[in-house]
Design a protein around this ligand. Structure first.
Ligand code: G1P
Length: 289
């Protein structure tokens, strides 16, 4: 069972970043000089996957344009002798094979996945990545999950320990540790109150779905905010005897769906940036805070 396709739902409104996201997709918000969504695409490609399906919606056309060729722009840059930049721009469009499916209404990530079932083979495992979570890691986070999948051939989700006060923002799991950083999941609850959370292990938006799990999605019921979240389906799959693993990935996560997380990502990526990193570091050092 080889994973050949990654699905990235990008249909959400991005209300947490209004007014910035009134006329532009939140996935196109920029970390120094690269939109958030490009970091995710690069993670997928670095994990060895070449086919990416975006589930988009109204107002998300900038994402398609970003991963398309821009002949005029490349010509313009080449005419001005900026060949390196032209090449860099060109490379974005050949990162992967992109497919776009429209969601119609932004009714949550589970609803997004229901829109692409005709593109997924009956015996095909897939990767699913949510647009907000960027993980800075030596081995791409998705690749780490794929390694666990290779071992067990069962669904895998990314996990991270989070503070109790933040737990209600996440899907939370209970599980039995079966290997280093690896858990056999026993239960999952979407956005529990702190007293109902079964542990401090939160689901981070990166998943490997097997066909058995994917086929259960039509049974989803509306969750918080009336949206469809697949977490209850994971729980149903387990209660029906299915095996699912969670992996506490190596790496540092930036939650780019949150203002503070986004600022932290900007600082960290800015500090590592080959062009401005040095100057930015000395600027930060001189701040009188
Ligand atoms: C989604 C998932 C949730 C997960 C979170 C991680 O929620 O439903 O289980 O913990 O992503 O980022 P959302 O952030 O879309 O509300």
């Amino acid at each position: 069972m080889k994973i050949k396709k990654a699905v990235i739902p990008v249909g959400g409104f991005g209300t947490r970043f209004l007014p910035a996201t009134k006329a532009q997709p939140k996935e196109m918000l920029v970390l120094v000089d690269k939109p958030v969504i490009q970091f995710l695409v690069e993670e997928v490609v670095a994990s060895g996957i070449q086919e990416i399906i975006f589930v988009t919606g109204r107002g998300k056309r900038a994402i398609e344009d970003h991963f398309d060729y821009s002949a005029e722009l490349e010509h313009f840059l080449n005419m001005r002798g900026k060949h390196d930049l032209a090449k860099k721009i060109h490379e974005i469009s050949s990162l992967a094979r992109f497919t776009y499916v429209r969601q119609g209404e932004p009714k949550g990530p589970g609803h997004a996945l229901l829109q692409i079932s005709h593109l997924i083979g009956h015996d095909e495992p897939i990767a699913v990545l949510y647009g907000d979570d960027i993980i800075d890691a030596r081995v791409p986070c998705l690749k780490q999950l794929m390694n666990i999948f290779e071992k067990y051939e069962k669904p895998v989700i990314a996990l991270q320990k989070v503070a109790k006060k933040d737990i209600s923002r996440y899907g939370v799991v209970a599980g039995k540790k079966v290997a280093n950083k690896t858990y056999l999941i026993r239960e999952l609850i979407e956005k529990p109150t702190p007293d109902r959370a079964p542990s401090d292990l939160a689901i981070i938006g990166k998943y490997i779905y097997t066909p058995e799990l994917f086929q259960l999605l039509p049974q989803m019921k509306p969750g918080p905010g009336g949206e469809l979240f697949p977490t209850d389906i994971f729980d149903l799959y387990i209660k029906n005897g299915g095996e699912m693993y969670g992996y506490e990935y190596d790496g540092v996560r930036y939650d780019c769906g949150d203002k503070l997380g986004f600022l932290e990502a900007t600082v960290q990526i800015g500090l590592k940036h080959p062009e401005v990193g040095k100057g930015f570091r000395s600027y930060l050092k001189n701040l009188k805070l």
